[in-house]
Design a binder for this molecule. Structure first.
Ligand SMILES: [Zn+2]
Ligand SMILES: [Zn+2]
Length: 272
């Protein structure tokens, strides 16, 4: 146990988050939130009492710090407009920013995640490659004119990583979509451009990893994400990842070994 770790008899005893590192007796797991919106999403604060006034990038970063996050992925709807402000705010706080966005497409939502070194121009170009129009930027209900698995390929072509968003949540998770036929869901799931899936039922993680979910017989890496639309929601669904490098190559490597390299909070608690 690291110096200063909690010793309060609770389920969290032995776990302490210091800066970017979560100590859990053994390897060093980085605490990451892969699904973070900013005010560049038009629906930001939609479900929150806004009496506290506007939110700035520094407020989101402060919330990330308070939750002990070492890295966050920016996932505004169909836009990269929030990224530069977040990068500036996060730089001083020592939090790594994975730039990206959440793309709405036929069949569901997709998280595009890029390496922290990626110039924002690459992200702006992705918006136009996806044939998204200006009035669709920031709007989660506006879809790119292509199917979700075509979007995976465009993201990969731009150097990013495609993660199907909240696959098990209606209405925009592809695995529970009522618009898609079973064969279409299986085609989407088996795309070689799909790096991982985001799930909202953490209990199913092991079954997705092992290919035991009905209709999906091939194992896939899973993450969860906060889908934070307010500072108060930051870090509510983090993952802990055993990464040699806190960059996209490191995340890709962890996705190759999801059962040993990726932990959800419930699994961290189970280990104490
Ligand atoms: Zn979504
Ligand atoms: Zn979202």
């Amino acid at each position: 146990m690291p110096a200063g770790a909690k010793k309060d008899g609770s389920i969290w005893e032995g776990i302490e988050t210091v800066g970017t590192v979560c100590y859990n007796f053994e390897p060093m797991f980085k605490k990451i939130d892969f699904h973070v919106h900013t005010p560049a999403s038009s629906c930001y604060l939609d479900h929150i009492d806004t009496s506290h006034g506007p939110t700035y990038a520094r407020d989101i970063v402060a919330a990330a710090r308070a939750m002990g996050l070492g890295a966050i992925a920016i996932t505004d709807h169909n836009t990269a407009e929030g990224i530069e402000a977040m990068r500036k705010a996060a730089a001083d706080a020592g939090i790594v920013v994975f730039p990206g966005m959440e793309i709405s497409a036929r069949g569901g939502h997709v998280l595009a995640t890029f390496d922290p070194s990626t110039p924002v121009e690459t992200l702006h170009r992705l918006v136009s490659d996806l044939k998204l129009r200006k009035h669709q930027m920031g709007q989660g209900f506006e879809e790119a004119p292509m199917s979700i698995d075509e979007v995976f390929e465009v993201i990969a072509g731009a150097g990013g990583m495609a993660i199907a968003a909240h696959v098990d949540r209606r209405p925009r998770g592809f695995a529970v979509s009522e618009e898609l036929r079973r064969e279409e869901k299986q085609r989407i799931y088996s795309s070689s451009y799909l790096a991982a899936i985001e799930i909202t039922v953490p209990f199913d993680k092991v079954n997705w990893n092992k290919g035991l979910m009905p209709g999906y017989p091939v194992g896939k890496a899973c993450i969860q994400g906060s889908d934070a639309h307010a500072p108060e929601e930051m870090g509510r669904r983090p993952v802990y990842m055993d990464l040699e490098r806190l960059d996209l190559a490191g995340v890709r490597a962890a996705f190759e070994h999801p059962e040993s390299c990726i932990r959800f909070p419930s699994e961290v608690m189970a280990n104490t």
